[in-house]
Design a protein around this ligand. Structure first.
Ligand SMILES: Cc1ncc(COP(=O)(O)O)c(C=O)c1O
Length: 423
């Protein structure tokens, strides 16, 4: 083909055109935007594919940074140079993982914190002033619920809790009286699903800042900012880290909102250690493949258990009879690795069941490669009143399973042998 082209046209001209075209293709290839690359690629490489230097993320295990003179310090403090000054304010390892998380969530910026709770606290205190109102769904992680109550009782924040099903209407009817609305989807531990686009639209139309705790969803199964939510939060201790070996939290949002949250984060000091940031970055590299397996395993167990008469109810948004299945299908690409079951028994039998499991480790937390089991009334929701628990739909025989990436048949066999101990 080259031969026939060079016979018909001037050879140097043809070669020059080919060279220019190939440069163009390389140029366009190398400037492929985040959104054009698949999420599994972004998990490995983040925003930009590295072209030089170490393949693994270097750990800047330092509390502080050296400058040549005072002018350089002034330029750093004022933000002119962008150079790191002190690790509570920012660190190269942490910054790298922050950029990767923004690439996953599709936001301008992200902040990594020392824990999920530090992320929530800095977000609320960075965006809401004492005396202003917050609306939250009542089905949320027990720690977040207790934090909101503390802010309301001791720091004059106004907090209203509503059922997930009433959340969107309450935002719409509020006439903008809420500064911020906060929700989880899917919720911990009852796996309710909130219509993310509807929350985003209602919030936009009333000037309310929307914040989602997307820990159960993961950036693989749902990307709420792309559906219009302002702030996306994760307990990165869970799926993002993925190996039960770190505690961290993340916030992703526009640069404008991040500016306010970062101010409070610097003051409250919930900064991650650089080594934890390194572990988080390493964990995220395999997030897409892990979540795929979590999704498959949980779906398998939920389907099997939903036909077992000893299990009163299975809470899993992937099941067609889940009350929010249609919403889940429209906004999630997978239904996640978390499921809860209500056994047809009392508290003592539920405890015996959990203690009889072998593969599901008896430990709080979730989202790691290993399967974990817990009873929410004894753990994540232990100091919440009986009345609130029943409003949340949590009973003493509600058991939360964090389904890991082991073989699904082995996990099912483990549940069967434990059920036989009590029925
Ligand atoms: C849904 C959810 N959000 C937030 C948190 C708090 O995160 P951390 O323990 O990392 O502070 C948890 C902890 O279990 C959680 O399950």
């Amino acid at each position: 083909m080259l031969g026939s082209l060079t016979r018909r046209f001037d050879r140097p001209l043809v070669l020059t055109v080919i060279l220019l075209l190939s440069r163009c293709f390389r140029f366009f290839g190398s400037t492929m935007t985040d959104d054009e690359r698949a999420i599994s690629t972004r998990c490995v490489h983040g925003k930009d594919v590295r072209t030089a230097g170490p393949v693994a993320t270097p750990i800047a295990q330092t509390s502080t940074f050296v400058f040549e003179d005072q002018q350089q310090i002034i330029d750093s403090v004022s933000g002119v140079s962008g150079r790191h000054l002190y690790t509570r304010w920012g660190n190269p390892t942490t910054h790298q993982v922050e950029q990767k998380i923004s690439a996953l969530e599709g936001t301008e910026e992200s902040i990594v914190f020392a824990s999920g709770m530090a992320a929530i606290t800095s977000t609320i205190l960075g965006l809401v002033k004492s005396g202003e109102m917050i609306l939250s769904t009542d089905s949320i992680y027990g720690g977040s619920f207790n934090l909101f109550q503390k802010l309301s009782n001791e720091m004059r924040f106004g907090i209203d809790f509503v059922d997930c099903d009433d959340f969107v209407d309450r935002i719409k009817d509020s006439n903008g009286s809420y500064k911020l609305c906060y929700f989880e989807s899917p919720t911990n531990p009852t796996l309710k699903v909130v219509d993310i686009k509807a929350v985003a639209e209602a919030s936009r139309s009333t000037g309310t800042i929307s914040v989602i705790d997307s820990t159960f969803g993961t950036p693989i199964n749902q990307q709420p900012h792309r559906m219009g939510i302002d702030v996306v939060m994760h307990s990165a201790t869970k799926y993002l880290g993925g190996h039960s070996d770190l505690i961290a939290g993340t916030i992703s949002a526009s640069s404008e909102l991040i500016k306010s949250i970062r101010k409070s984060s610097k003051l409250f000091g919930g900064t991650p250690d650089p080594f934890a940031a390194f572990l988080l970055d390493r964990g995220i590299k395999t997030l897409a493949v892990r979540v795929e397996r979590h999704n498959e395993n949980a779906m398998f167990l939920a389907s099997k258990l939903s036909t077992d008469k000893r299990v009163r109810q299975v809470h899993y948004p992937g099941l067609p009879n889940h009350p929010n299945h249609d919403i889940a299908k429209s906004q999630m690409s997978g239904f996640g690795g978390m499921l809860s079951i209500d056994l047809d028994c009392g508290r003592e039998e539920a405890m015996t069941f959990v203690d009889s499991l072998n593969l599901f480790l008896n430990a709080v937390s979730l989202g790691g490669v290993e399967s974990l089991v817990s009873i929410p009334t004894l753990t994540s929701h232990h100091d919440i009143s009986q009345e609130t628990l029943s409003e949340m739909g949590i009973s003493e025989s509600t058991i939360r399973l964090s389904v890991g990436i082991e073989d699904a048949n082995d996990l099912y066999a483990d549940i069967m042998q434990a059920l036989e101990k009590i029925f």
